[in-house]
Design a protein around this ligand. Structure first.
Ligand code: SF4
Ligand code: SF4
Ligand code: SF4
Length: 329
């Protein structure tokens, strides 16, 4: 899909969000000009070498040290989600959970045992947002809260995210994680709109902008992760894969990603073993080789376009009903 069409869609979504009353008094939507031009050559990528990862978890600790304290906790009772069919998500009493992605844990180590040439091998994969070069989550975000930095880091603005969720459905790997009862919707109309906020890895974008490595990369004692210009990381990944007759994940998946994996074991074999060993599910992403799916994006786009209209109508009906109930003796 051309960049022009994506920009048009984004502008359209923002216009609709504004007319449906989704703009927030104290915040502003990002100007389209703030988004970087997709596919620009200055993308920064992290290359993760599966063969070097021992699963020690130092990267997970570094990520939590950097981010956990700033992720908001909800006040109880949690407001009823709106619309009513949306389930509340609450991880605030399980912030210690590190065996999957949660709003409070943006990186986890996925692992499986795999037999290679008759020998059992334990494989560890640090999993987080893949920072797609052309991410649907950004295109479909109904409030313009998902953005992409000049370095290609995909991040969520906590100032405007309403937790309404097209991003988690749009993501081929279900990366964004929602926490109910937090976020700007509480200052807006929590009984009538919003479901919290979504959270995910931001590729340590402020560090990238300063030319530094993400916290997880810097913390790895094995040197299993390396961050640099995407073209250089792709070249290195191809070189390593060539030496080992190995495999690369992230060159083409979902149109290309800025988290790239290299391994001596084929990723389709790792995926099959992860599935068999119960390591794939909600919060535990697959290695599904997602292509850029125009059909999925289009159906999600329709849902996003209709949601504000349906939401406004339902909110009006609900307010009217409550008013009628109050009038009854
Ligand atoms: S710190 Fe390095 S070796 Fe340890 S789990 Fe993370 S990527 Fe693997
Ligand atoms: S992996 Fe998912 S959440 Fe991350 S940039 Fe890609 S589409 Fe967005
Ligand atoms: S890049 Fe930053 S936010 Fe993302 S997993 Fe690593 S430390 Fe966490």
């Amino acid at each position: 899909m051309g960049n022009k069409l994506l920009l048009q869609r984004r502008s359209l979504l923002k216009a609709i969000a504004g007319t449906a009353g989704l703009t927030l008094a104290a915040t502003t939507l990002p100007a389209v000009g703030q988004a970087r031009s997709w596919g620009a050559s200055e993308d920064t990528a992290t290359l993760i070498d599966i063969d070097l990862c021992t699963g020690c978890g130092a990267c997970v600790t570094a990520c939590r040290t950097r981010n956990l304290a700033s992720i908001p906790r909800p006040e109880r009772p949690l407001p009823r989600p709106y619309p009513a069919w949306v389930r509340s998500r609450d991880w605030s009493d399980r912030t210690n959970e590190i065996s999957r992605l949660t709003p409070y844990n943006w990186l986890f180590i996925q692992s499986c045992t795999i037999t290679v040439k008759g020998e059992e091998k334990r494989v560890f994969l640090p999993r987080r947002c893949l920072h797609c070069t052309n991410p649907q989550c950004v295109t479909l975000c109904s409030t313009g809260s998902l953005r992409q930095s000049q370095e290609g880091a995909v991040y969520i603005s906590s100032a405007t995210c309403m937790g309404d969720g097209p991003c988690d459905r749009a993501c081929p790997w279900g990366i964004p994680q929602r926490q109910s009862g937090v976020g700007p919707y509480l200052n807006f109309a929590p009984q009538y709109v919003g479901n919290g906020q979504t959270f995910k890895c931001d590729h340590c974008r402020t560090l990238l902008a300063e030319g530094q490595s993400p916290a997880c990369v810097a913390a790895c004692p094995q040197g299993a992760m390396r961050t640099g210009p995407r073209a250089e990381m792709v070249r290195l990944a191809k070189e390593l894969a060539g030496q080992r007759s190995g495999d690369i994940f992230g060159l083409k998946e979902n149109g290309g990603t800025n988290t790239i994996y290299v391994s001596s074991v084929l990723f389709r074999d790792i995926e099959a073993n992860l599935l068999r060993q119960g390591q794939v599910g909600i919060g535990m992403p697959s290695l599904r080789p997602a292509g850029a799916s125009l059909d999925k994006e289009n159906s999600l786009l329709r849902a996003v376009l209709l949601a504000p209209v349906a939401g406004a109508a339902m909110a009006g009906l609900r307010m009217w009903r409550e008013k009628q109930m109050r009038r009854k003796p």
